[in-house]
Ligand binder design. Structure first.
Ligand code: ADE
Length: 225
């Protein structure tokens, strides 16, 4: 999968994509993530990318020209499954949406900043708008990192244990059961004995019960979705 990210702040992604699972996915050639600085598509001498809003309210708006030129240039070389804009008023990101996007070949993600982007970009270029939660971030970059992580870890071959994405919280609308590792007794706080029993059938049953219990208690709404 290829993910092309358009941003005014490419440095914000340095940490997010150079460790752990995403790093491994890139090294294995399973995911290619490219960062494009929108400023490079500004035609002006001063490389301006934002301007005052018509009608006058506080804050600056990202201009249509550099973004349109950037999207058009990239789209002439790559056919994108979705051109995504991250915004608090987009569709809420959940596991189902991450699963669907993980089947894509090419994604373009546009990160907004300041007061937002000129509405005409959303009307004419964007095919999918995504929010990562009901709160406002300073820009789309952190949201783009979250979305990319949620999608890339689902690509076949990215996780070591092929089944581990399937047992994640939210797959099947259930939260994950608790997990434990050594020591089996820490200050008298013991690991549930069934996990030490070696009885695989009982362990699978226990985990499933725990998942249901946890979901009922913490996110009952998931069970009726
Ligand atoms: N940009 C600012 N806030 C955001 C959010 N909650 N989700 C996605 N993009 C955003």
């Amino acid at each position: 999968m290829k993910i092309d990210i358009l941003t005014l702040f490419p440095e914000m992604f340095d940490g997010a994509f150079s460790h752990s699972i995403i790093k491994r996915a890139k090294e294995k050639g399973l995911a290619e993530i490219n960062l494009f600085n929108i400023r490079d598509w500004s035609a002006g001498k001063h490389k301006t990318v934002d301007d005052y809003p018509f009608g006058g309210t506080a804050g600056m708006v990202m201009m249509i020209e550099p973004i349109a030129r950037c999207i058009e240039e990239l789209s002439s070389k790559t056919v994108y499954d979705e051109v995504i804009y991250l915004s608090p008023d987009g569709n809420l990101l959940d596991q189902k949406l991450a699963n669907r996007l993980s089947l894509s070949k090419n994604l373009l993600i546009l990160c907004g900043h300041y007061k937002g982007i000129d509405e005409r970009i959303r009307e004419h270029f964007i095919t999918l708008e995504i929010s990562i939660g009901d709160y406002v971030l300073s820009g789309g970059e952190l949201a783009a990192a979250v979305l990319s992580d949620a999608v890339v870890r689902l690509l076949p071959g990215v996780l070591n244990d092929e089944t581990s994405a399937l047992s994640d919280s939210f797959q099947d609308n259930l939260l994950s059961p608790p997990v434990y590792t050594r020591p089996s007794d820490f200050r008298g706080w013991k690991v549930p004995p069934v996990l030490l029993s070696g009885n695989d059938k009982e362990i699978v049953k226990w985990r499933h019960e725990q998942s249901i219990e946890r979901t009922k208690k913490r996110r009952p709404g998931l069970l009726s979705e």
